[in-house]
Design a protein around this ligand. Structure first.
Ligand code: PMV
Length: 351
């Protein structure tokens, strides 16, 4: 280690992602019970900077965490627990005090999942710090970052790349892994290269059941094993659809995945419901509109009430009119966010 380096600053902007085949259920600690596929968003981004200050007398992890410029003890405790798991890989964590600043480009209470963007940004910062402290490039930087993002929040491992990403072992993809996500590079048909995702905020605020609790409820779920088989099959089918460009098959598969996720919640040993009447009203509107106009738009849902309205970018004008004329009334305070498929994280350079 270079003893000259006393203070290092790194930063990353990292996006959220939306799953098309859903990760819901763990095999063991942060290992997915089935593979999942997502695309990265361009506008739901967390910007994180870390200043690492060397302190050789330090005992264990030491940090301060500022969220939107406010010292946040609750987040600091969460990140401390996370960093304690990372010490094995990043041993310098025991001798550097970290000053972490994090901001989101979307409101924290909007109901948009922020753990994927937050943990991918932190994991990328850890990898950048590692390279500078050890003065050695990581040969597989994004793979290591994806692995550490996963330890923070499973879906976060799919946020370290742009475009479409696959997490979890599947027989049809040799380099797929449960430990990190891989980027699906050349396999994407033109029809799926330019999609938009309009996130309709049906309900702001914290969810009544967290994803951590939701994953745990799969443990004694009567349909769990069947679900894992279906999800593994859907992954293989979606990989094929993404290659061939079959939009109708895409619509059918992605909507079934979203509804199955929520059906699993409703049929857990301790059932819970995260969708709201307006979620269903919006889904019906989308189905009616698709039937009437032939416009190839579709929905997906994450673990909450909000609706992700997905469409081809070429139909964006028509879709935005539909949102303004027919859907905005179902959104809390008329709130919605427009996204496209994003290019992935960006390193922040400090002069
Ligand atoms: O990454 P977690 O533990 O917050 O779980 C995410 C679960 C879903 O968003 C519902 C699905 C997914 O694959 O992103």
């Amino acid at each position: 280690m270079n003893t000259q380096i006393k203070e290092i600053k790194v930063g990353w902007e990292s996006p959220s992602n939306i799953a098309l085949v859903k990760y819901w259920g763990k095999k063991d600690f942060q290992s997915p019970a089935n593979p999942s596929i997502s695309f990265t968003l361009n506008n739901a981004v967390t910007k994180t900077s870390i200043v690492a200050v060397e302190n050789i007398e330090q005992l264990g992890i030491s940090l301060e965490f500022y969220f939107e410029n406010q010292l946040n003890e609750a987040f600091a405790d969460k990140i401390k627990a996370y960093l304690e798991k990372a010490v094995g890989t990043f041993s310098w964590l025991n001798s550097y005090h970290l000053i972490i600043h994090s901001d989101n480009t979307f409101p924290h209470s909007s109901g948009i999942a922020s753990s994927a963007s937050a943990f991918s940004a932190i994991a990328l910062c850890l990898c950048s710090l590692h390279e500078q402290i050890e003065i050695k490039p990581l040969s597989n930087f994004f793979q290591v970052a994806s692995n550490w993002a996963r330890i923070g929040s499973g879906s976060a491992c799919r946020s370290v790349y742009g475009g479409y990403n696959l997490w979890g072992k599947t027989i049809v993809c040799e380099n797929s892994a449960d430990e990190y996500a891989i980027h699906l590079e050349s396999e994407i048909h033109e029809n799926f290269r330019h999609l938009t995702d309009t996130i309709l905020i049906i309900e702001k605020g914290k969810k009544s059941v967290s994803s951590t609790q939701g994953h745990a409820l799969l443990k004694n779920h009567p349909f769990a094993e069947h679900r894992y088989t279906i999800a593994a099959d859907n992954t293989i089918e979606l990989l094929n659809i993404l290659k061939t460009g079959d939009m109708q098959a895409f619509i059918h598969l992605v909507e079934r995945e979203a509804l199955m996720l929520h059906a699993l919640m409703m049929t857990s040993p301790t059932p819970f419901i995260l969708i709201k009447p307006n979620t269903l009203a919006v889904i019906e509107k989308i189905w009616d509109y698709r039937n009437q106009t032939g416009c190839e738009l579709l929905f997906t849902l994450d673990a909450g009430a909000n609706v992700h309205l997905i469409a081809s970018a070429k139909d964006n004008e028509q879709v935005q009119k539909f949102v303004k004329n027919e859907l905005i009334g179902y959104c809390q305070n008329g709130l919605y966010f427009c996204n496209e498929i994003g290019m992935g994280p960006k390193k922040i350079n400090y002069a």
